[in-house]
Design a protein around this ligand. Structure first.
Ligand SMILES: Nc1nc2c(c(=O)[nH]1)N[C@H]1C(S)=C(S)[C@@H](COP(=O)(O)OP(=O)(O)OC[C@H]3O[C@@H](n4cnc5c(N)ncnc54)[C@H](O)[C@@H]3O)O[C@H]1N2
Ligand code: MOO
Length: 446
């Protein structure tokens, strides 16, 4: 797209504007025009929530060596056979192994090595007895814990001397075998997996610092309207605070995107075009709010209706839904960046994002578009007095335990009611009212 062309309001494309589009047709048009973003290599934590595109194999067995699962003593099985509190096995402690230690004193007959959880099992040892099964080397009764500290180089100090073992141990007791978690060459995480905390933990455990994933889309949010004042600034006559750019940026983040909020742009097509030109470099998708209906200053429609073939194409259309009737969607700029032109009424913008942009963000990430929202059936005790014929209505509702109550009315300016809602009540196109106690579809928002 370029700022030098596309001026004036060209004739609207009759195919798009003259008929009502159904919600599903609009959604199909959007999803049909999107391709998942190309995979890139990201550092592990940056890949959280992203879809892995490679099978990651395990380079070396995990755990990488036999190690102790308890703080205790590495022993030979025969030495502790038949041991009891009354007749303990008395073993000479010949060394001390902390986790991370590379030096492993061998355990000979009649000997033990003090060993910590995670430390490598020394040669000669066949089992580990937990410290609670011993006197902890104190010469007293049953120990609860080890004596803190390391033995001194001269062999003195805590940890060395003798230990009395009160119970026998089976071979391999309290030893975590090399490779018992996952073996070398096995697949750790398969392509297609969405990386959550546990997968990231596993990848780190096998030594991977970065992985190839589909990235989060960068979504630029631009609100339009000469009446808009940023929050924090005083209002003058006729003006309101710009809430949509904040709400939609939060929506984009919530959907999984990296979102950039651009402050409100005046109702001036040239300004909007140059803003979009500037922003496209960091956008995988653009979301605008406002300026798409039939007013005299509908800046988004004016700026983007008449793009040249080179600049892209945005279609403006009316949808058979409420709120959210006027919508625009298209692709602009050299990379054909998807652009969603949402209506300015705050509730309309919110519902439009939920229905159209959220699935699109997920599709760009290679995720199932509708995988994160549940639609359930619920009883609506109050019913719905009226709903427009031929339009699918999305009322704000509060859902709990199989019941949903409407919150606020149908007005698309009711932001307080929107903030109180946790669900959208779907009243189908062919339904104009719902009796008290009727069952409805409810889209859960959290
Ligand atoms: N004659 C008709 N008028 C309208 C129709 C229609 O069919 N015929 N449709 C109505 C519907 S439905 C909607 S939705 C709105 C959509 O209008 P726009 O997308 O052009 O939005 P604006 O006119 O710019 O703003 C509408 C409303 O929302 C407020 N607004 C806008 N941006 C923000 C923002 N960033 N933060 C907070 N509030 C915002 C704006 O002040 C207006 O009150 O058109 C109806 N009209
Ligand atoms: O459709 Mo508008 O989006 O009803 O307020």
């Amino acid at each position: 797209m370029s700022t030098s062309t596309g001026t004036g309001t060209p004739p609207a494309t009759t195919a798009d504007t003259d008929r009502l589009w159904s919600v599903d047709e609009h959604l199909d048009d959007i999803l049909g025009k999107l391709r998942p973003l190309e995979p890139i290599e990201l550092q592990l934590l940056d890949a959280q929530g992203c879809v892995l595109v490679e099978d990651v194999t395990v380079p070396a067995a995990l755990p990488p060596f036999d190690n102790s699962s308890m703080d205790g003593y590495a022993v030979r099985v025969a030495d502790v056979e038949g041991a009891s509190e009354e007749f303990p096995a008395v073993l000479t402690i010949v060394g001390d192994i902390a986790a991370g230690s590379g030096e492993l004193p061998a355990v000979g007959p009649g000997e033990a090595v003090r060993i910590m959880t995670g430390a490598p099992v020394p040669p000669g040892a066949e089992a580990v007895v937990p410290v609670e099964w011993t006197d902890g080397g104190t010469g007293g009764g049953r120990a609860d814990a080890m004596t803190a500290g390391r033995p001194a180089a001269d062999g003195d100090g805590p940890g060395l001397g003798e230990v009395r073992v009160h119970r026998p141990a089976a071979a391999r007791a309290h030893i975590r075998d090399r490779g018992s978690d996952v073996g070398a060459g096995e697949i750790a995480v398969r392509a297609g997996t969405v990386l959550g905390p546990s997968q990231i933990g596993l990848l780190a455990a096998i030594g991977r610092a970065s992985v190839t994933v589909r990235p989060r889309p960068r979504v630029v949010v631009v609100s339009t309207g000469s009446e808009l004042v940023p929050p924090g600034e005083a209002l003058t006559a006729g003006r309101i605070h710009d809430s949509n750019s904040f709400m939609l940026t939060a929506c984009a983040r919530d959907a999984g995107a990296i979102a950039y909020r651009v402050g409100a742009v005046d109702d001036e097509p040239a300004t909007l075009r140059s803003t979009l030109d500037d922003q496209l470099v960091r956008a995988d998708a653009v979301v605008t709010s406002g300026g798409v209906s039939v007013g005299a200053y509908d800046v988004v429609k004016e700026a983007l209706s008449g793009l040249t073939a080179e600049e892209g194409r945005v279609s403006f259309r009316r949808l058979a839904m409420q709120p959210g009737k006027p919508q625009g969607f298209g692709r602009i700029g050299p990379d054909r960046t998807p652009l969603f032109a949402l209506p300015g009424n705050p509730v309309s913008a919110y519902v439009s994002f939920e229905l159209f942009v959220r699935p699109a963000v997920r599709a760009l990430m290679g995720l199932p578009p509708f995988g994160d929202r549940r639609t359930v059936r619920a009883v609506c005790p109050q019913g719905v007095a009226s709903s427009p014929r031929g339009r699918r209505q999305y009322l704000r509702g509060h859902y709990a335990d199989g019941r949903v109550t409407t919150v606020g009315g149908a007005g698309s300016h009711l932001v307080k009611a929107l903030a109180d809602a946790n669900a959208l009540i779907v009243v189908p196109e062919n339904v104009t009212s719902l009796a008290a106690g009727a069952e409805v579809d409810v889209v859960l928002l959290d």
